[in-house]
Ligand binder design. Structure first.
Ligand code: THU
Length: 129
């Protein structure tokens, strides 16, 4: 397991703003040059505006100029390693993430490839003829 990425995701989870679901999630993403960006889920009284930890981590990286990402780790206090939602999987494909560590707070983990998580995905290349 990528321990550095896991530790960063765990730390980010502390900042989760999840008063409605009470389900705190943390995520950390690694860029091509090894830099790590983190995110947590942030909910809203208008529930549909809530955003997942994974997308916040990815958008933190992209907003600093890092469009080429390699690995993401997501963590929640679940019985089994937490699995990213479909919307986040689509965003992971956009920024070239290749592998994802599904983890829980106990440190249990499972590594999955992006192809396993979102086979036959719609990617930027699909827009070209
Ligand atoms: N959530 C994430 O942040 N990441 C996931 O992979 C699953 C779901 C958040 C969204 C919402 O704030 C809460 O967890 C419950 O769905």
């Amino acid at each position: 397991m990528d321990k550095e990425l896991f530790a960063a995701a765990m730390a980010a989870r502390q900042n989760a703003y999840a008063p409605y679901s009470k389900f705190a999630v943390g995520a950390a993403v690694r860029t091509m040059d090894g830099t790590i960006f983190t995110g947590c889920n942030i909910e809203n009284a208008s529930y549909g505006l809530s955003i997942c930890a994974e997308r916040n981590a990815i958008f933190a990286a992209v907003s600093k100029g890092y469009n080429d990402l390699t690995t993401l780790c997501v963590v929640a206090d679940t019985e089994k390693p937490v699995s990213p939602c479909g919307a986040c999987r689509q965003v992971m494909v956009e920024f070239n993430i290749q592998e994802v560590w599904l983890t829980n707070c106990a440190g249990e983990n499972k590594k999955m490839t992006m192809t396993e998580l979102l086979p036959a995905s719609f990617s930027p290349e699909c827009l070209t003829k």
